[in-house]
Design a protein around this ligand. Sequence first.
Ligand code: PEP
Ligand code: MN
Length: 338
Amino acid sequence: MLVVMQTHATNAEIEHVVQAIREMNLTPHPLPGATRTAIGITGNIGAIDSRSLEVLPGVSELIRVTKPYKLASREMHEADTFIKVAQTVIGPGTCTIIAGPCSVENEAMILRTAEFMMENGVRLMRAGAYKPRTSPYSFQGMGLEGLKILDKARQKTGIGIVTELMDTENADAVEEACDIIQIGTRNMQNFSLLKRVGKAKKPVLLKRGMSATLEEWLMAAEYVMAGGNYNVILCERGIRSFSDHSRNTLDLSVIPPAKKLSHLPILVDPSHGTGKRDFVPPMALASLAAGADGLMVEVHPDPDHAASDGAQSLDFAAFKKLLAALKRLAEPLGKTVN
Ligand code: PEP
Ligand code: MN
């Protein structure tokens, strides 16, 4: 349910409606808009008599939200959401690049990558300190030590950090060390983790589960938003299909419906989506053309010796070439690469 306030509703009237919703044991979510405020309601609204809200001073109308995801839906929040971090803004009209190695391997390679990115106008660097690996014998990431290295790179270069949180146990440390918390494909339906990042102060980059429908993905975003963290960025990273020519099937066809149903920005990760570095540039360009608000790309100073995902990582020269191509494509699309 969405309570739309009148254009001239006073703060006191808005607060009165918020209180009335709380008294019904429901959760109010005030959503200030350009011309008027709306108040989203979540919780079990089935038994509520909407007329008791309709008659309150300053209320214009009540709208039923039909989708199971509420806060993530355009029905409740018509305008596009822009996610602001210290280094940049993510949302329509821009193509935000998040680039860097799959994992933090040592201080030197992280500092080198951060400096290279900043020199090339990339303001957000990705790198995992905690790695979800299929095999327990593969490199598992540097953990806390890796977070310290990321923090050092941020302090030294000013670059924003995007890094994965795998479990609630490390939530405080990851939140502290990063600018955007990444939730990986394998954890898209880890509901206790989603609830925890719903309480975080940092935006969440929510990767699509490798077998998740769009509705399941948006319901996962809803978990985060229901906790009070409205700063969610969706990230398509490929799904499982019968195709075996690439690591995953990058589902660019999800972008238009995701944009239609939700106001949240959507990025694409063509690295995990293809699994092979040669296929990354064409799919990165295609993502932009399909309406993505940005990209997450794996870039490594020496991909052939990477501790993880080297085969799908671009080296600096290939990344620079891609960046130039993205800038050329962004112009006719009316977007700026940032
Ligand atoms: C990653 O970004 O390195 C990663 C593990 O991604 P995903 O969760 O999409 O597999
Ligand atoms: Mn990776």
